[in-house]
Design a binder for this molecule. Structure first.
Ligand code: THU
Length: 128
């Protein structure tokens, strides 16, 4: 797959700190200026403090000043492509709205979704 966003997610996955689950995930978020912000999962011995690749990518991007996002790619080594967890869907909705989500594995399998379809009826600022 020649998509540079998928390539960035696959490369970020190589940095995963996953000594407990051995499940490595990479994420790459394209901002409104075409910049790519990457993340990998970062686990912790307490388990519960683990942060997913998607949230690392979003928080890195926000902390660098990015506010508009076009697409996010998520890479893991599964045949049934790995989707974002519930917590990450909430965070993606907060910062990216109905973003395009590209799921990928290292063997070139790719699927595309919209966040709205994976995360119907989200809670957000409109309720506050
Ligand atoms: N994980 C992610 O980084 N993103 C996902 O979308 C699913 C799960 C991580 C969390 C944990 O480090 C490992 O995968 C197993 O759950």
């Amino acid at each position: 797959m020649s998509d540079r966003l998928v390539a960035a997610a696959l490369a970020a996955r190589e940095h995963a700190f996953a000594p407990y689950s051995h499940f490595q995930v990479g994420a790459a978020l394209e901002d409104g200026e075409g910049r790519i912000h990457t993340g990998c999962n970062v686990e912790n011995a307490t388990y519960g403090l683990t942060v997913c690749a998607e949230r690392v990518a979003v928080f890195k991007a926000i902390s660098e000043g990015a506010r508009q996002f076009r697409r996010v790619a998520i890479a893991a080594d599964t045949e049934n492509l790995t989707p974002p967890c519930g917590a990450c869907r909430q965070i993606l909705w907060e910062f990216c709205g109905d973003i395009e989500i590209v799921l990928a594995n290292p063997r070139g399998k790719v699927e595309t979704y919209r966040l709205r379809d994976l995360f119907p009826k989200p809670f957000d600022v409109s309720y506050l």
